[in-house]
Design a protein around this ligand. Structure first.
Ligand SMILES: O=P(O)(O)OC[C@H]1O[C@H](OP(=O)(O)OP(=O)(O)O)[C@H](O)[C@@H]1O
Ligand SMILES: Nc1ncnc2[nH]cnc12
Length: 182
């Protein structure tokens, strides 16, 4: 097997499918077995740090909550700063906010306005791309802060939900890198 196939197989083997969570009809992709396996978590961190390099990103934005777990070690590994995009009401400073819908409900995200500015090239990191609503809202926030979007990197893309097509206009040519597609 090639190294790429090895990593893909390892990552895929550490994701657990949970049917009808958090509501009937949703097949939840649980990444906690991957996080608990140091070889898999390290391989994932290295892959995300590699995308920082290939996109020329200067900062990682991680999306609460699972995007924090993946994005923060990748930022340290790549030697770039980490910026949290949080659910509304959690950041103490002046924020920019964006409302959005997701596979099971709706929400609002925020970023500290002072964390991003023109000249920044931002890689957005999250675990799952489903409908694309969360990622789309984060891209809008980053642009409103005056920064450039270097790309979006996700562990897993749920292809049947059409997030990639939805994000095409927002990404405006920036790459969408998914390590796994299901
Ligand atoms: O592409 P979308 O349809 O927007 O869905 C993807 C988002 O949904 C999940 O987050 P969730 O809001 O469940 O939050 P969590 O990470 O705090 O569990 C996941 O971690 C992504 O951020
Ligand atoms: N099916 C799913 N599994 C895990 N996280 C998700 N976020 C949105 N849809 C999801």
């Amino acid at each position: 097997m090639t190294e790429l196939t090895d990593v893909t197989t390892l990552l895929l083997s550490r994701i657990r499918d949970v049917a009808d969570y958090p509501e009937p009809g949703v097949m939840f992709k649980d990444i906690t077995p991957l996080l608990a396996d140091p070889a898999a978590f390290t391989a994932l961190t290295d892959a995300l740090a590699g995308i920082v390099g290939s996109t020329g990103a200067t900062k990682i934005v991680g999306l609460e909550a699972r995007g924090f777990i993946l994005g923060a070690p990748a930022a340290v590994r790549a030697g770039v700063g980490f910026i949290p995009v949080r659910k509304a009401g959690k950041l103490p400073g002046a924020t920019l906010s964006q409302a959005y819908d997701l596979e099971y409900g709706s929400a609002e995200i925020e970023v500290h306005a002072e964390d991003l500015s023109s000249g920044d090239r931002v890689l957005v990191v999250d675990d799952v791309l489903a409908t694309g609503g969360t990622a789309e809202a984060s891209i809008q926030l980053i642009r409103r802060a005056g920064a450039d979007v270097a790309g979006l990197a996700v562990l897993m893309e749920l292809g049947f939900l059409g997030g990639r097509a939805r994000l095409e206009p927002a990404l405006a040519g920036a790459p969408l890198e998914s390590l796994l597609t299901v």
